[in-house]
Design a protein around this ligand. Structure first.
Ligand code: NAD
Length: 485
């Protein structure tokens, strides 16, 4: 028994015994030891959670409360969450290996900032507005809750991708069943405790961790009105197809293969410093990682050498050590996957400038890989087209700015991108040409006031901003009778 062990599931707002006795063992990616055992949710647990959510939506107080009353409860959650940031960051680093330096920014404080941003957006949101119609009478346009939401997050940024769904769903008056990934069931328990303490009524939220099959059961469940998914493009296609058949509302946040375009006037040191974070953040396990680095043919060799020196010397090690810059991969299969791409890059003829196959020096256990930089990469190579999800960067040469934009767009993905330049106007012009849902000029900082999401195979719909809140509502138009003629 460790202090992180649990024997119950959070179903319908209370702690319930699991229907089956399967157990999820949470294994530390650093020590390869079991750090916690929790119940693995089964399809019967999902049925119970959806039934509770359905009841709470169809008969309970939550959807019938005013937006201001719901805002008060979410405000309580914000205060409670703010007091638990360190604990949340440590739990996530323990379960999935994120360096604590990253967790202390993005795994806990960023989700809390989402709550605050959504509270502000909900206060201004046009929940019910009266518009002048064209037929002589006004129309009342209401934004009503979409219903029971299935929220399915991945393991790489678990709280970030749970709160991006649960918070707008709650503010809109929905009820929610969350199915965390089997690698990261622990952070959901802390969130569940905070939801109860904040005063979220019975039935409104359930959190049941489990695998793919359980996830698919939730997606197909007739009691679910909307699916909000973050994960791989392969799973997203499958979930989108099921929702299409059932005409369920669906939003999909999927993979990426983002390009950082380094213009010739860029400050090289600043760009490399930026890529040390943006290229390999969360040990490269980030959907918005800038993994294709586009440099003019003249500057390619020098820039690639400097980048390789910077990435190759990053500190790899124990995720709980504050000095660690790159931690282990989440699981052995992910370590093997990343290593196989390092091999593929060499077979494809890319030039290996840093890293390579094998373990980093001094780390004889844990699912570590060596931070790797390839140069002379052709954008047609698999390492430039496929999402590796590890600390592996590809430097690609371009002929001119138009060619850089063409290469950036030569991807099935369209999630994020950056341009590095001394000329902000030139940067904005590049941003206009790249087909991605988000873009950064000399930076990439997600702002929760603005919509986030993907073009092309990176997804469907948007999270954050008023656009993200609107995804949890249905618009209803009520036509008022025209004044007598
Ligand atoms: P994954 O698709 O394997 O799993 C994601 C979640 O979906 C997990 O909870 C999993 O159990 C569940 N799942 C898998 N198949 C399912 C199915 N058929 N039906 C229902 N549920 C199913 O992805 P992953 O490996 O956990 O996460 C990494 C992926 O997530 C990467 O591709 C990454 O780019 C993407 N991601 C995207 C964003 C974004 O905002 N666009 C953010 C983070 C991660």
């Amino acid at each position: 028994m460790t202090t992180l062990d649990r024997d119950a599931l959070f179903i319908g707002g209370t702690w319930a015994a699991p229907a089956a006795d399967a157990v999820l063992e949470v294994v530390s990616p650093h020590s390869e030891e079991v750090v916690a055992r929790v119940p693995e949710g089964s399809t019967a647990d999902i049925d119970a959670a959806v039934a509770a959510a359905r009841r709470a939506f169809d008969e309970g107080p939550w959807p019938r409360m005013s937006p201001a009353e719901r805002i008060d409860v979410v405000q309580n959650l914000s205060g409670l969450y703010a007091a638990k940031l360190d604990e949340m960051a440590t739990i996530i680093s323990t379960e999935m290996g994120s360096p604590i330096s990253f967790s202390s920014l993005a795994q806990a404080p960023a989700p809390w900032m989402q709550i605050e941003a959504f509270l502000g957006i909900a206060r201004e949101f046009p929940w019910e507005e009266r518009r002048p119609g064209v037929l002589g009478a006004d129309v009342v346009v209401r934004h009503e809750p979409v219903g029971v939401v299935a929220a399915i997050p991945p393991w790489n940024v678990p709280q970030f991708t749970i709160l991006s769904k649960v918070v707008p769903a709650l503010l809109a008056g929905c009820t929610v069943v969350v199915k965390p990934a089997p690698e990261t069931p622990l952070d959901g328990y802390l969130l569940a405790e905070l939801l109860v303490e904040a005063g979220v009524p019975e039935g409104v939220v359930s959190i049941v961790a489990g695998g793919r099959e359980v996830g698919e059961h939730l997606v197909r469940h007739p009691g679910v009105d909307k699916v909000a998914f973050t994960g791989s493009t392969a799973a997203g296609r499958k979930i989108g197809a099921i929702c299409g058949e059932q005409l369920k509302r669906v939003s999909l946040e999927l993979g990426g293969k983002s390009a950082a375009i380094i213009l010739d006037d860029a400050d090289e040191a600043a760009a490399i410093e930026g890529l040390k974070f943006l290229g390999v953040m969360n040990s490269g396990q980030a959907c918005v990682a800038q993994t294709r680095v586009l440099v003019s043919r003249e500057r390619h060799d020098a820039f690639a050498a400097s980048l390789a020196a910077a990435i190759g010397s990053m500190k790899v090690g124990d995720p709980l050590d504050p000095a660690t810059e790159i931690g282990p991969m989440v699981a052995q299969r992910q370590q093997e996957r990343v290593t196989s791409y390092i091999r593929i890059g060499q077979e494809e003829g890319a030039q290996l400038l840093a890293g390579g196959e094998g373990r980093p020096d001094g780390l004889d256990r844990g699912w570590y890989v060596r931070p790797t930089v390839f140069a002379g990469v052709d954008n047609k190579m698999r390492i430039a087209q496929e999402e590796i999800f590890g600390p592996v960067l590809s430097v690609i040469a371009y002929d001119d700015v138009a060619d850089a934009i063409r290469i950036a767009n030569d991807s099935e993905y369209g999630l994020a991108g950056t341009v590095w330049t001394a000329d902000a106007d030139a940067g904005l012009e590049v941003a206009r040409g790249v087909r991605t849902g988000t873009y950064g000029i000399n930076t990439y900082t997600m702002d929760f006031a603005a919509p986030f999401g993907g073009f092309k195979a990176s997804g469907l719909g948007r999270e954050f901003g008023p656009e993200g809140l609107a995804q949890y509502t249905e618009a209803k138009s009520v036509y008022l009778s025209a004044p007598p003629m």
